[in-house]
Design a protein around this ligand. Structure first.
Ligand code: ZN
Length: 170
C-alpha cells in the first residue's frame, strides 16, 4: 500500500496526455492499487493516473457510500453520449473549489479490467459524471476548463494568494 502525491492545479503536469496501457501486468495492478489507496485516503470518488503523475490510461472510481465498490478502469473510452445534465463538481487536484459543470446525462463507456476483459457499461447520474471527469484528466483536461474565463481568473487569483501565504509561513 502506498499513498501517491496528488498534483494540484496549476501544475503543468496535469495537462499531460496519458498513453494507452499496452499490457496489463503486475506493474499496472500495483499502480491501480496505489491509486485506490490514494483516492480513499484523500476522500475522493475518482482518481485518474494523470493526477498522480503517471502518464497511463488508468482510472479508479468508487461512488458507493460504504466505499467498498472499487472500479478500476484500464483504457476507458466513452462510446456514446446523450442528453445533458448539470452537477456541482470538485476535484482532488483543485482543492476546496466546487462549481457546476454541464456534461452528458447518459453515457456508454468501455474499459479493460485488470484481468484483461473488455467491459461495456451504461451509466447515468453520478457515475456518468465521474467517468467523464476522470477521462478528461487522462486527456489533460480539468473541470474548471468548462467554467467562464472570469471564474477561472478568480480561481487563479485565489490560488496565487494561497501560495503566497504558504510561503510567508516558511
Ligand atoms: Zn478531478
Amino acid at each position: 500500500m502506498a499513498i501517491l502525491k496528488v498534483l494540484h492545479f496549476p501544475d503543468p503536469r496535469l495537462r499531460n496526455k496519458a498513453t494507452i496501457v499496452k499490457e496489463i501486468g503486475p506493474d499496472i495492478k500495483e499502480i491501480a492499487e496505489n491509486m485506490l489507496d490514494t483516492m480513499y485516503a484523500e476522500n475522493g470518488i475518482g482518481l485518474a493516473a494523470t493526477q498522480v503523475n503517471i502518464q497511463q490510461r488508468i482510472v479508479v472510481i468508487d461512488i458507493s457510500e460504504e466505499k467498498n465498490e472499487p472500479l478500476i478502469l484500464i483504457n476507458p473510452e466513452i462510446t456514446k453520449l446523450e442528453g445533458s445534465e448539470s452537477m456541482r463538481e470538485g476535484c482532488l487536484s483543485v482543492p476546496d473549489y466546487y462549481d457546476i459543470v454541464e456534461r452528458a446525462e447518459n453515457i456508454e463507456f468501455c474499459y479493460k479490467t485488470l484481468d484483461n476483459e473488455l467491459v461495456t457499461v451504461n451509466a447515468d447520474g453520478l457515475l456518468a459524471v465521474c467517468v467523464q471527469h476522470e477521462i478528461d484528466h487522462l486527456d489533460g483536461k480539468l473541470f474548471i476548463d468548462y467554467l467562464s474565463l472570469l471564474k477561472r481568473q478568480r480561481l487563479k487569483k485565489k490560488i496565487d494568494k494561497q501560495e503566497k501565504q504558504q510561503q510567508t509561513v516558511l
